[in-house]
Write a new protein. Structure first.
Ligand SMILES: Cc1ncc(C[n+]2csc(CCOP(=O)(O)OP(=O)(O)O)c2C)c(N)n1
Ligand SMILES: Cc1ncc(C[n+]2csc(CCOP(=O)(O)OP(=O)(O)O)c2C)c(N)n1
Ligand code: SF4
Ligand code: SF4
Ligand SMILES: [Mg+2]
Ligand SMILES: [Mg+2]
Lengths: 631, 348, 631, 348
């Protein structure tokens, strides 16, 4: 362990002398239901269109209208798109939080604000740009209703002028949003222009942030993870979808429904190649997916934590009676209802062991829209190959925020429907035994109702290899041992980890899902700030591959970085690893509900590595009460 | 299975050329005299007579003595013995996967009325094409006799607990919720039950049959409205832990329009009132009224209580392609490369 | 690790030369619903009354009548009461299984059988006693109905004569059973006499097993674990009971109801100091227990695996909103419906982590009726002290089988109602904050509705220490960190382990619950057969005490012995232990559905310790099919 | 809270000497114009007027916009915002623990009709003493507008999905299940709703109120049976992601026996038919008939639809001691040493 101490300083993302190009974050503080989402997405998209890597994260309350909401855009030429704690530019539209928002900024930050809020009296170490929104909106429209709706577009105009976002890109982005509604585009464009003109005339540029066109985003799209999963399901050929609304998973199914209605209805007959049911609850949703899977459909459901908790009994049934189905869990902050509009990776452990008795489930961990897409497809293949429920653990940050992604690649492999009994197989294996391990891999053949193959009785109670009811010890043991064997077989079929070995590194990092993006940035910080080299193992599935142990073997200490309180993935790892390797594991845990950021990881790792760090590891982007420290 | 060496005299076959034994299941493990066994036999009869293709049938159930029944009929059909009270959702998924299947669900009054009432409500409301049989004994047989939500007011358990709650009338509930075929019968009424099952199998939509089915072992309705305590003193010396007596099946036959009193094994009585031949089953309001009135008299109206032969069923309303979703080839369910391009285009 | 190999031989429990006194097992093979339970309990009880340590285990099918059932009585002067694999005396009453039952016996065993079964033709290395039950029962009664019902009592008479069980003790046992029904006692006594007379006249004693009176059972009772838990709940002052029937937990609530109706109804007014509801399902049952706990009652529910799986969402609510309640989980074999009438310890892991998000629950593990009683009382105290759901994990073997136990001791401590806000406290702490950690132990004060203390809003969503709704990161983190602290505090309040340190031992054993009894016997076998000294740590609760680590530290290898496939307790231990200690853990797993036996443990430990053992580790008491070996 | 420095002119107090503000809750976070807010105000009025002791009240709810309401009334009462659809069981436990509590449950049509229908059925059947309000907007407000089981046939979502399923009539269902006080009202009908709430608070047993409560943000019933699409083209230019307009509360007043058409914020119409003054609410059959008939006309019957003032409630049927179970002292709930001896004696 390095003996030297190190005072880490945040690289200033702004300097007062030279321009900071394509490297800053803008936070828009508004009230939900006020229609700012359009303005924010247009801003995000226009920067994206200029070729600058961006991400957009929405911090919204669990209600429909009237409460504070923060939308943060990070533009970063180096492609760092994780959340960043520091806000460089604040657009303060919400009177209720404005003071606190401003107090939370670092010195030198920029504040664009609604003039009557008089925020310039709060601090004198910031750069203030007051904008008289109410006056300006009068120039756009006389109609009171309309005014309220385009008011937000004005700040886009202001920002365009201030930071050099091309106004035509903004109009293009507007068109993308409101393609079919020219009148809407028109009035919004007017608002943009009004803002732009105002800034041009009245605001003197005093900050150094600039957006400049670059070549960053060829072949890239902007999409949220839920939509990406939806495209994956569409392409996976899902046929039965049963769901129950719950934030943050609802948009997965809703987007999927839109795609299915568009692309999976026979043009000629108007008939659908899919069935979607909004079930009465999550228990029924999984029950329907199981019924569908048993009867041969590619079936799925999507939910979030509370739904997963309700699915326990049915998950055990599917595991033990070996019925394929896919369950998306777009994780949010628990326990219980918790913070339904905040992100977490908190369902890893309870989902891996979901259901009583010796139950165990494969989990997939997408980190990006591309992986949401690909893993959705893999999930169906794996579910049918292993005849078991497969859980895809996304999270709110991935599912509901807007991400850059490479365009998805059309699947190059045909669907894997697994070991479905047909006449040839029946001839080869002789007598059909639903739970008979003919191939020695723990996976048995299944017949599908309604095809004329031999039937069997599917049940959650004890059964022998012929599928008959049995309470015999030997039948029971043989069967559950085979299930263990099947799970072992699954290991090497799961998406492989992405491993980056750094020969100079004594330290390894393990992460999964959305934590990845902060890790990428943090690893660079560790090198830049403390010359700390790291290797990286990005887990993509459970059960783990044996490569995990080899990776840990190569390193003295391995940091498992995750977004939950209880070190859940690390726990799963400890269970499997040889003790000697388990002993090398350290944890970096982030569970504030906001997406993890690089700074938090870097500081935490450095402290654990024995460096002295000036920063406190935890401080959310949402400004914190003064008196309310951590523990 | 048809024997390999054909027997000399021709066996009786149904309209699709199958013999009766094909429609049987494995040997029952329920108590002798249990009404559930009689119901299984009626399902066998009905399917045989109707010439139902066994390999198109899926048998579904929850958990309970009743829910074991699917193992005892149509041995060559697929079956799914799911979890307690949640079979309707499994059946729904299966029918979506393959709309050509004939779904026969068997549940108990506990499985349906207690833990399963939520899924029952939504199954009725959705009008899923499925024959849904409640083998209704007013108790939890498999867990040894606790009250179910169809238990009579005043029934008493061995612990001394008395049931104060009025029974749920699953027929009235189903009709209120929009079910399109609602019937009630008695496990021992061969003729009526077989006829109703045949009608149910012909119905496209949910066909709900509440079949009174005595539990000979636990449903001892001392003090209940539909029974009287009979010769209890005679029984005393034979009381013994864990002894389940052997009973004969009860069978009844009676005419439409008449009322018939059935004495159950424990001496309690059941009053069955068979609906008139002239009864018009398509009038929802009248059906509700008949149920309410007979119930008030302590009787059970039996027969086809309500039917709506024209309402669209859930699966049809989804306007699915003709081929079952489950068997659609990859080409039909995985959109082409151009579709993905199209989607990507919108996101660039 | 010892280098020497060792051929282990089962100590023959019978020899052909000298009598074997008070050390054998009798298995009665019948059909369920045939009323043999009475005969078996009378037999068990009469041996018990003679002062000989006994246990009675019933292996019964998941149906009501007509299927094979085996009841095994083990009498052992040394007090070993775990299941024993070898059967010394078989009473074969079931034509369906008789052949297989006989084939499964070791040479020299005794078979009492129904003469028409002609079992003496099956093997010639056994001692056969044919009994013409149908003829004999004719001597008892002419009434066909009655005959069927007392037929089984005849074998009790036969056994009494053969093995020297005192017939008067049998009558006493009969009276215990049928106290209020003299006619029943009378006719059963007749049947006993007929059997006895027959054996006296017609059977020549050729075996060496004998029961002799001893002084073993002073101050002891016979009881099943569920009844013991029920007595505990009664004494714990439970006031709200909500339940849903499920094997093997139903009898806990049913017995409790009987006790409550008897002892908790005001003699004068006829009014009850308790409320019991048979809920519509397990979700509602836990919901009611939570509502009751929140409103100040001592509330509980009892269930088994499938019920636990359904309770996930509510368990998380109770954890996070901090509502006390007690949940008994009488475990059976899973996954799913599994083998509902077989025993297992398979819900440890899923219950510890029950619910999504970072949820974690205290678990108690009774091993005996005494502990069922005591832990029931502790569970209510702990639930109220820690304001959290407490799970008592019993199992079918403990809950439904008949055990000897020391008479229960009247609780010497008053009830612990935990930190309930009253006027004095309010004055002391100043302003009431439902989730404010005034005492630093993570446990906060709660006010009870309907008392005139300040109210709060109980919720599963985010809240600050004042109980107000909050979505703030800092509030969230502070709160869940306090929950961790509370869980830490709980460690030292949990029932302490029972530890037996053997200074000569290099090897430790960890077990919990019913596994204990086989461990006791196995440790003696290990010493007797291989001179292998062991220390023993009997876990009684989760979270673990720090003593666990110290125990492991003292030993080179520690065997964790449990009745599940996935080494669930060992997993929980690995998560907490330093890697170096985790590395010393080994597992002995038994998951056949039958209670674990000493032989299986001894063999498994010896093999892992490098000895050569002639026995296969797995072979159930239920005879196994020839061709169907384990793995 | 009463101010510390008493104001000069005497404040209006109710019969237990409390002022109105005591009955208020915290500031609402629901949308402006949401019917749920109006209902909270009526609860405040009713409790104030009735002189309900706030510290005897427990407010219970599930999850949804509606289920947030309890935070917005009776701030000094205990509240429990439980899990989605399962509040009835929590309320049941609470009432068992302390039968002197006054339980006010608030649920939504999704919370009650979908995930919670099972607990709803059993709550009604048990006749638990509790005021149970469904804030019924025909959609899932909090999760952004999906159909609930009370959505109208023909309603259309933005995804294009059309609701084909007939709505569940929670009043008819409750009556069928044996509920003893069943009413329907409209959030904007101050007078009727307050009166019904007061009656509900006086009822011992389950008092179920289905209160139509428009969701101004999502329940846009284009094409539904109870609405007509109005001036949709006017609206086009203002359509925008994430914009929730601000609306005024809708209030209506109309006379018993008359029908009133209410135009909702989206232009859809609701037809309310207030029950006659002469209507006899104690006749179950008539209540069911009236519900069915008005429904067939596309109207909602409002008022007290059914009441059974004599039926025993669940808690009473348990014959509990007078003092709440929750506050019984150790001496009353832990039996004496002799009881344990007695039990042990039976097991020796
Ligand atoms: C989740 C769950 N809870 C409880 C049980 C236990 N259980 C099995 S069958 C049954 C009741 C069966 O009653 P019913 O449906 O009326 O069937 P019957 O045995 O009377 O035919 C119960 C409670 C279970 N299997 N699963
Ligand atoms: C178990 C579970 N599933 C889903 C959700 C998500 N959810 C929150 S509120 C709600 C529906 C609310 O609808 P309703 O009860 O009608 O209330 P409204 O918002 O319309 O007033 C849903 C599905 C949840 N919180 N918990
Ligand atoms: S217990 Fe009752 S319901 Fe179950 S099989 Fe026996 S008679 Fe039938
Ligand atoms: S979304 Fe609808 S139900 Fe929810 S608060 Fe707004 S108006 Fe009310
Ligand atoms: Mg039943
Ligand atoms: Mg609603």
């Amino acid at each position: 362990m390095p003996a030297s101490d190190l005072a880490v300083e945040e690289r200033p993302s702004t300097s007062l002398t030279k321009p900071v190009v394509n490297d800053f974050s803008i936070q828009v503080a508004t009230v939900n239901g006020s229609g700012s989402q359009t303005a924010n997405l247009v801003l995000l998209r226009s920067i994206f269109q200029m070729g600058v890597p961006v991400s957009g994260k929405n911090l919204f309350p669990s209600n429909i209208a009237g409460l504070p909401t923060w939308f943060t855009i990070r533009a970063n030429k180096d492609g760092y798109i994780a959340r960043k704690k520091e806000i460089d530019v604040l657009v303060a539209m919400n009177a209720e939080t404005a003071r606190e928002d401003v107090l939370g900024l670092r010195a030198g930050a920029v504040v664009v604000y609604d003039e009557p809020l008089k925020l310039d009296t709060v601090r004198d170490d910031l750069i203030f740009y007051p904008v008289p929104f109410d006056t300006l909106v009068g120039e756009v429209s006389r109609d009171v209703k309309l005014r309220r709706r385009v008011r937000n577009m004005i700040y886009d105009g202001v920002l365009a002028k201030l930071f050099g976002v091309e106004i035509d890109e903004m109009e293009k982005a507007l068109r993308k949003q409101f393609g079919t509604k020219p009148k809407v585009v028109e009035i919004n464009r007017e608002a943009l222009d009004v803002g732009y003109a105002f800034a041009d005339a009245k605001l003197e540029k005093r900050d150094h942030f600039r957006v400049e066109p670059m070549e960053g985003n060829q072949g890239r799209i902007l999409i949220d993870g839920n939509a990406a999963s939806a495209v994956g399901c569409l392409m996976a050929g899902v046929t039965v979808v049963a769901w129950y609304p719950i934030t943050p998973s609802s948009s997965l199914c809703e987007t999927l429904i839109s795609y299915l209605r568009r692309y999976r209805v026979d043009k000629k007959t108007g008939k659908a190649t899919f069935a979607v049911v909004q079930a009465e609850d999550e228990i029924a949703a999984l029950g329907m997916a199981i019924g569908g899977g048993w009867a041969g459909a590619r079936s799925m459901t999507a939910t979030s934590g509370p739904g997963i908790s309700l699915m326990g009994e049915f998950a055990g049934l599917a595991y033990y009676s070996e019925v394929p189905c896919v369950v998306f869990d777009v994780q949010r902050v628990g326990p219980s209802t918790g913070l339904p509009t905040r992100t977490a990776q908190g369902d890893v452990l309870s989902t891996a062991f979901l259901s009583h008795g010796d139950s165990r489930h494969p989990l997939l961990f997408p980190c990006s829209p591309e992986e949401c897409f690909e893993m959705a497809i893999s999930a169906f293949d794996l579910a049918e190959r292993f005849q078991t429920p497969v859980f895809v653990l996304s999270d709110l940050d991935l599912g509901m925020n807007t991400w850059m992604a490479n365009e998805f690649e059309y699947p190059d492999k045909p669907m894997d429907r697994g070991k479905v009994l047909d006449e040839d197989t029946l001839e080869r294996i002789g007598r059909f035994g639903r739970y008979r391990d003919v191939d020695g891999d723990g996976i048995t053949y299944r017949s599908i109702p309604g095809t004329s193959m031999p039937a069997y009785f599917c049940r959650g109670s004890g059964h022998n290899e012929w599928g008959q009811y049995s309470e015999r010890s030997d039948d029971y043991k043989k069967n559950v041992d085979r299930l263990t064997r099947k799970f072992e077989t699954a290991r090497n079929w799961m998406p492989a980890p992405i491993v980056e070995i750094n020969r100079k590194a004594r330290i390894g990092i393990v992460a999964y899902g959305t934590t990845h993006w902060a890790v990428v940035e943090s690893r660079d910080q560790l090198v830049a700030e403390a010359d700390l080299q790291t290797s990286y193992y990005r887990l993509r599935a459970y059960p783990f591959r044996s490569a995990l142990a080899s990776f840990i073997e190569r390193h003295d200490r391995v940091y498992v970085i995750e977004q939950n309180r209880d070190a859940q993935m690390s726990t799963l790892m400890r269970i499997e690893l040889r003790a000697e390797l388990a002993g090398r594991l350290r944890s970096v845990l982030h569970y504030s509900g906001e997406p993890i950021d690089a700074r938090s990881i870097t500081d935490d790792v450095l402290i654990q590595e024995g460096y002295r760090v000036e920063y406190s590891a935890f401080s959310g982007a949402v400004p914190q009460d003064a008196g309310v420290g951590g523990e | 299975m048809p024997t390999a060496t054909p027997s000399p005299k021709k066996k009786k076959v149904n309209r699709i050329g199958l013999e009766l034994p094909i429609y049987r299941g494995s040997k029952t493990t329920l108590c002798a005299g249990c009404g559930h066994n009689a119901i299984s036999e009626r399902v066998v009869d009905a399917c045989f007579t109707m010439g139902i293709q066994p390999d198109r049938v899926v048998k579904l159930s929850g958990i309970g003595c009743s829910s074991k029944s699917p193992a005892y009929f149509l041995g060559s059909a697929h079956g799914f013995n799911a979890v307690h009270g949640r079979m309707p959702s499994v059946g729904t998924g299966a029918m979506l996967a393959n709309k050509d299947l004939v779904a026969i669900g068997v549940s108990g009054d506990g499985d349906t009325g207690a833990i399963g009432i939520g899924q029952f409500v939504h199954l009725m409301r959705r009008n899923l094409p499925m024959v849904y049989i409640i083998e209704d004994n007013g108790c939890y047989g498999l867990t040894k006799g606790q009250f179910s939500p169809t238990a009579d007011v005043g029934s008493t358990l061995k612990t001394g607990v008395v049931n104060d709650l009025a029974p749920i009338d699953t027929c009235a509930l189903a009709i209120e919720l929009g079910a399109t075929f609602v019937a009630r019968s008695f496990s021992g009424d061969k003729k009526q039950l077989t006829a109703l099952l045949k009608a149910a199998l012909s119905h496209r939509g949910i066909a709900m049959l509440d079949v009174l089915s005595p539990c000979v072992t636990f449903n001892d309705h001392e003090g209940s409205t539909k029974s009287y305590s009979y010769a209890k003193s005679h029984e005393e010396p034979i009381e013994e832990i864990d002894f389940v007596p052997y009973f004969e099946d009860i069978t009844v036959e009676y005419e439409p329009g008449t009322t018939r009193e059935v004495t159950l094994h424990d001496g309690s009585r059941l009053f069955l009132k068979k609906l008139d031949e002239g009864y018009n089953a398509t009038d929802r309001a009248q059906a509700m009224r008949v149920l309410r009135e007979t119930r008030a008299r302590g009787e059970f109206a039996t027969g086809l209580v309500f039917v709506d032969p024209v309402a669209e069923d859930f699966v049809t309303s989804l306007n699915l392609v003709d081929e079952p979703l489950a068997s659609l080839s990859e080409g039909r369910v995985r959109p082409s490369r151009s579709v993905l391009d199209d989607i990507m285009g919108g996101l660039r």
